[in-house]
Write a protein that binds this ligand. Structure first.
Ligand code: ARG
Length: 445
């Protein structure tokens, strides 16, 4: 129960990088000789190599990755290895490793978000001329462009990406030098270590530095929201792929047949995506519960923050990767979507807006349009197919151009405001999204 090696082996490369920076710093302040620093830095690289090649047997007897790495280092280079832990505790060491891990994980997740966003934007461009029913309460409401619907997920993911970036930034203070809890009596160059490891600064309270894991909780929270958004997208794909909707066909590799019913094609992968959020939210709740009530500073409870963090990161990364492939391979059924737009009187609001343009107060126009829909239902036709005289009977102010107003594509295009489904606005947003993604792919100088 005490050993964490089964899961903290994920920290190996961060542990080695952190130890190398620590050793170099001990060299700079005269605690280690130049020769010792070289031997430690090279020895650590050798240990990491062994680990990566699976040559090093990690031992539970040594509890964790920190002790395993140090023990092997000392085996390899002797006495100098035993000096590495000068002016350091496993408490600031693990706090450092986890911050490095969190920052690295955020980068990986953001790159995966970029790939999924690119898939969504690509589909939005391909489907910009497909009109789809927009829904509220899962009832057909107003016509939109399919691309507009897909770009809604782009926006959600952009905010998720921002949250991951925020979490990484706040994890960007080096805790090394906090020691076990009360810092160190050596004249450490904490800023030098921080700069070498890519941190923007150092922590400013040693008890806080070793005693909190809020950066892990924050990253997990960002994962939980990302997974929540992906769960919604998964649900929509399940719906769209159903015979009831029939809006999209999922790429074959993302579906499974039934072991009993030969005709079935089940949307297993979007269903799993929909479900995975449960794990990630569970991870978040676990982390909050582990940390709550802990007295300062370090407590072994904090070891229990590792597994939920890894699980949240790994699950979210997996789901993002799968979703990108799934979205890329979606095939939409434009005819089926058009039929859906054509059933349900989706332009009733347009009729009201048309009447408002002809001087009718909105509330009355709304009632008149409602009466027109009831009349269409009585006659068994769509609102847009209702003859002009029938329309005039319930809404005398109706103009001769009302037919244009009731056309779904024109209805979408009339919603020509920033963030609206008009073709030009959707194209603007596609261009904005593409530019953003392209800029991210450019190497930063
Ligand atoms: N594996 C431990 C953890 O995750 C490392 C720190 C151990 N520190 C201690 N004082 N026992 O927290």
């Amino acid at each position: 129960m005490n050993a964490s090696i089964d899961f903290d082996r994920r920290l190996a490369r961060f542990d080695v990088r952190g130890s190398q920076a620590h050793a170099r710093m001990l060299g700079r302040i005269g605690v280690l000789s130049a020769d010792e620093v070289t031997r430690i830095v090279e020895g650590l690289a050798a240990v990491l190599g062994e680990l990566e090649r699976g040559e090093l047997q990690l031992e539970a007897r040594l509890e964790d990755i920190h002790m395993n790495v140090e023990a092997r280092l000392t085996q390899l280079i002797g006495e100098a290895g035993a000096k590495l832990h000068t002016a350091r505790s496993r408490n600031d060491q693990v706090a450092l490793d986890l911050r490095l891990y969190a920052r690295d994980a955020a980068e990986v997740l953001m790159a995966r978000i970029d790939a999924l966003e690119a898939a969504l934007v690509g589909q939005a461009r391909r489907t910009v001329d497909v009109i789809a029913p927009g829904y509220t309460h899962l009832q057909r409401a107003q016509p939109v462009r399919l691309g507009h619907h897909l770009l809604a997920y782009f926006e959600m993911l952009e905010r998720d990406r921002g949250r991951l970036g925020d979490a990484a930034r706040r994890a960007g203070e080096s805790p090394l030098g906090a020691g076990a809890l009360a810092a160190s009596s050596f004249a450490l160059d904490r800023s030098g270590v921080a700069a070498e490891l890519g941190f923007h600064g150092v922590t400013h309270n040693s008890l806080d530095a070793v005693g909190d894991r809020d950066f892990a909780i924050e990253l997990t929270a960002a994962c939980a929201l990302t997974a929540t958004h992906l769960s919604r997208l998964g649900e929509e794909l399940v719906l769209w792929a159903s015979q009831e909707f029939g809006f999209a066909r999922l790429p074959e590799g993302y579906c499974s047949g039934s072991s009993l019913m030969p005709q079935k094609v089940n949307p297993d992968i979007p269903e799993l995506v929909r479900a995975k959020v449960g794990r990630v939210v569970g991870d978040l709740v676990t982390l909050l519960m582990v940390v709550k009530g802990l007295p300062l500073a370090y407590n072994k409870d904090l070891q229990e923050t590792q597994e939920p963090l890894y699980d949240a990161v790994e699950t979210t990364a997996q789901v993002l990767g799968v979703m990108a492939g799934l979205v890329r391979g979606l095939e939409f059924d434009a005819a089926r979507l058009a039929r859906a737009v054509d059933g349900g009187h989706l332009t009733a609001t347009e009729l009201a807006d048309h009447l408002v343009g002809r001087g009718v107060p909105f509330r009355r126009a709304h009632d008149q349009s409602g009466a027109a829909v009831r009349r269409a239902i009585e006659l068994g036709v769509e609102l847009r197919a209702l003859p002009l005289d029938e329309l005039r009977a319930v809404a005398p102010e109706v103009g001769p151009d009302v037919g244009e107003w009731l056309d779904p594509a024109r209805a979408a295009d009339r919603r020509d405001v920033v963030g609206g489904p008009a073709r030009g606005r959707v194209m603007d947003e596609i261009a904005r999204a593409e530019a953003l993604l392209a800029a991210r792919l450019e190497p930063s100088q």
